[in-house]
Ligand binder design. Structure first.
Ligand SMILES: Nc1ncnc2c1ncn2[C@@H]1O[C@H](COP(=O)(O)OP(=O)(O)OP(=O)(O)O)[C@@H](O)[C@H]1O
Ligand SMILES: [Mg+2]
Length: 242
């Protein structure tokens, strides 16, 4: 079986400024991979390449064994169904109830009946530990609850992989711990591939099977949480100590 994602020597510049400089990364099927790295190092840009929201200048992108580098927008649709994406900030539709937010992908992509949608939405809200909040509006929820609604929405189409961009940024330490645990539980319950971009080292340690450290558009280290502490690269050390 090929890896779930393979980024092969990816280069990407914006306005003449190189962001990814030969990024090579293998994401194994079924693993929880955390991508660590400083602000502006290209973490979000790397994730967006996996779902075709950004195209590389050079290099190839493989998802589930297929070379998607030159896929047209309509060819990306099945990939995006397979790979859920939780954007930085976890944006919900503010004008829609929790129920309608979570139901949205089902209404867009399936022909399920209202009853079937209701069963699925309740099931996914239960999975993230939320019940009885279907009628509430996002603005009346806490930050942690909003992340959980976004998570329920991201898994509603039963993806094979989930990409999280800074899922705990802006949350207090207790909620961060809780959301990290939830991500790990969902990873195991749904037996999916999880890719988590974060600044939060503690959160990374609690979720990751492996950690990749991104620096200046390349992977500087990849290994288990135990191995990263033993890595003697000064830049990796500095990051872990900060
Ligand atoms: N669509 C775009 N157009 C122009 N520049 C972009 C675009 N997307 C990203 N960049 C630039 O690429 C660089 C890397 O951005 P990216 O968002 O990937 O960083 P990041 O590692 O996710 O940082 P953070 O931790 O702050 O989210 C930044 O300098 C950013 O301004
Ligand atoms: Mg980012």
């Amino acid at each position: 079986m090929p890896p779930f994602v393979f980024l092969d020597e990816v280069y990407k510049s914006f306005d003449g400024r190189e962001v990814l400089r030969g990024l090579t990364l293998v994401i194994r099927r079924g693993e929880a991979l955390v991508i660590l790295g400083g602000s502006g190092t290209g973490k979000t840009v790397a994730l967006k390449h996996i779902v075709g929201l950004i195209n590389p200048d050079e290099g190839r992108i493989y998802v589930d064994g297929r070379d998607i580098t030159d896929y047209a927008e309509n060819e990306m649709l099945p990939i995006r169904r397979k790979v859920g994406f939780l954007f930085q900030g976890g944006a919900l539709f503010d004008s829609m109830s929790v129920f309608d937010n979570v139901a949205f992908p089902l209404r867009e992509h399936t022909a399920l009946t209202h009853e079937e949608i209701e069963i699925k939405v309740r099931g996914k809200l239960k999975l993230v530990g939320l019940e009885g909040v279907e009628k509430m509006m996002p603005s009346n929820l806490s930050g942690g609850m909003r992340r959980r609604v976004a998570l329920a929405r991201a898994v509603i189409l039963e993806p094979r992989a989930l990409l999280y961009d800074e899922p705990t940024t802006g949350l207090d330490p207790i909620t961060t711990k809780w959301v990290s645990k939830l991500m790990r539980n969902i990873h195991e319950d749904l037996k999916i591939t999880s890719v988590i971009v974060t600044h939060d080292i503690q959160s990374a340690m609690s979720i990751a099977d492996r950690i990749a450290f991104l620096y200046r558009g390349r992977i500087k280290f990849v290994g288990t949480p135990d191995e990263i502490w033993e890595c003697d690269d000064p830049i990796v050390h500095e990051f872990l100590r900060s």
